[in-house]
Design a protein around this ligand. Structure first.
Ligand code: COA
Length: 218
């Protein structure tokens, strides 16, 4: 993810020991006693990576509890994001004086079923994907970009965004995407200056799609 984000954002990608690393009590409380092994490993790797990213920024590595809606509670003065899928996990942290909000997402690189594709993509996005070079599941890239967009939007604005509330355009040569947020969601935003456009970068590998974006202060 390092290559996808500006230098103000510190990124840590999980190493093998991170999946069984240390959790603070406030973090473990959010996980609950009944979390299955897989969930515990993902959650733990995310927290360990988050602390490593804080250290890279020169900040003390502190707990990142989960809110009731499962969003991470970053320490004051910071913004951050976590993603995990299969054996991949990464976290990113930045100072809120330098970055308004940051998001990233990793997904398996695979074809989406027609039903899932319809749920994620607007008809025009599907048409555009069909015109892009073959060999890549472009709807999976749109899916990942939308999850990244949500991880930027929600901490900043506090409201839900449906998959059809963003229109994502991909530039396969530049490895970039731009999401335009539906005007109804912008009008309904309870905060001033909600982001109307969110631009980021993507990388497609054999088994993984990764997307990331950072919203910088005006
Ligand atoms: C929250 C969501 C984006 C997570 O994405 P995912 O692909 O399922 O899972 P990932 O592993 O990439 O990310 C999970 C991490 O996201 C973070 N997260 C969860 N809710 C979040 C929120 N509201 N805001 C920001 N980050 C959030 C958490 O750190 C979580 O990991 P953790 O539980 O171990 O702490 C997804 O589950 C979701 O609810 N999507 C629907 C909303 C959406 O994407 N709309 C599209 C708008 S265009």
């Amino acid at each position: 993810m390092r290559d996808l984000l500006p230098s103000a954002v510190a990124v840590a990608v999980a190493e093998p020991d991170d999946w069984t690393g240390h959790l603070y009590a406030t973090e473990a409380a959010g996980l609950g006693d009944r979390a299955v092994t897989r969930r515990r490993r993902d959650f733990t790797a995310g927290r360990v990576c988050a602390r490593r990213a804080m250290t890279l920024l020169g900040l003390p590595p502190v707990a990142v509890p989960a809110a009731a809606d499962r969003s991470p509670i970053w320490p004051p003065g910071t913004v951050g994001t976590i993603t995990h899928t299969l054996d991949y996990c990464a976290a990113a942290v930045a100072r809120s004086s330098e970055v308004r909000s940051v998001g990233m997402d990793a997904e398996q690189h695979k074809e989406l079923s027609p039903g899932v594709r319809r749920m994620i993509c607007l008809p025009e996005e599907v048409e555009r994907c069909e015109r892009l070079p073959s060999g890549i599941s472009w709807p999976a890239v749109v899916f990942s970009a939308k999850e990244t967009v949500y991880k930027i939007w929600h901490p900043l604005v506090g409201t839900w965004l449906d998959f059809h509330d963003a229109f994502v355009e991909l530039d396969p040569e530049g490895g970039t995407f731009t999401a335009r947020i539906a005007s109804a969601r912008l009008d309904a935003a309870p905060v001033g200056d909600p982001p109307a456009r969110i631009s980021g970068r993507f990388v497609v590998e054999a088994s993984l799609v990764r997307t990331a974006a950072a919203l910088l202060p005006p």
